[in-house]
Design a binder for this molecule. Sequence first.
Ligand code: ARG
Length: 455
Amino acid sequence: MAMWGGRFGAETDKELAKFSESISYDRRLYPYDIAGSKAHVKMLGATGIIPVATAKAIEDGLEEILHLIQDGKFTFKQELEDIHMNIESALIDKLGPEGARLHSARSRNDQVALDIRLYLRHEIREIQQLLRGFQHALFELADANKTVIMPGFTHLQHAQVVLFAHHLLAYVEMFDRDFDRLDDCYKRVNVMPLGAGAIAGTTLPIDREMVCRELDFARITRNSMDSVADRDFIIELLADLAIFAMHVSRLSEDLILWCSQEFAFIELGDAFCTGSSLMPQKKNPDIAELSRGKTGRIYGSLMALLTLCKGLPLTYNRDLQEDKESLFDAIDTVKMILRVYPPMIATASVRKENMYNAASDPALMATDIAELLVKIGVPFRTAHHQVGALVKYCNDHNRKLNEISLEEMRISIPDATEEFLAVFDPEASVGKREIPGGTGFNAVRQQLEYWRNRL
Ligand code: ARG
């Protein structure tokens, strides 16, 4: 007979039991379910709702169950539906009717909300720690290559000369925002819902603040109906993870391009690439490709949760059991990416000459010429137009910008001087961009110092 079987006259249909169970995946909540139950039962004892001796016996029983599960000696039963009833039933088996006092003043509706919040507090901090490792790997690669020059791209076209370190540190910025977003999400997770009961709280004289203190939450929830209906904090986390995954997919795309024969800007370590079963020459950047691909399933989890909650009437509905698999999958996927990516970054070897050669395309310095004109008083739009005409002249004559004489340059740019012929040095171009946040050697050194102190 099911734990809720009192009003039922028939055993649960077998197909329904299979359809309804969540123990196959929510078992991972066991440490949090037990921690929550321990705090709850301590409070039940302290408030005199149950005898103190019973509370103590239940706490000990829960501790024993924790160890059984940790040691792989616990048998999870599908007919007990979920982690909450599996643990409670084992407790009652152990303690007899006294164990049946644990669930006083509690429902699985507030219990599951508590469990997920406890679980997410743990996971958020773990993901943040791994994120720091990711930032660190990028920082190290940037720091080890702080004077390496490359072409910067807009529209995937040569745009302006930048430092390779500057490009990498752009990702460190993105991951830092991801870190901050998780901090913010943590605030919404770190609220204690127990005491909401099924929907309307309880007639028993519970002490919610005590449970809050025991479990180290920032505060208790203010509305029992919201407490059991709310899954915003899951959606918010999934949104944060989706943005993180989007960032990883962009980094992946850059790395994949850079590893291609066309770019040949970097090479990744053999241990972090795979080959082809057919083409003997292939060495593929699979980690980057898989991470880019896995971004799709993380977005999928976010969409699943938004859709799950759309139009749900208050308060708890069984639909909400479907929150877990998507959430777990997104967390597992993100953690896998975070574990495998940083060591791969650490193996990257930088093909400086190829980057330098690409950065030596004089077209990348067209803006520098326009800015030289601004310095001698020409309005920027006029300067832009004149340099545009110079580019057209060069294209028409099948020459590069640095292959023409001063006389020819003056056809398009009447104010050009000898100085204008000297702008085609990529180092000099980078070196002149020393504004804060710029790609100048010193500006990037300052960024590196910032991260060295921060990470
Ligand atoms: N396994 C359920 C879930 O994950 C726990 C809450 C069940 N509540 C209920 N009224 N059936 O949502």
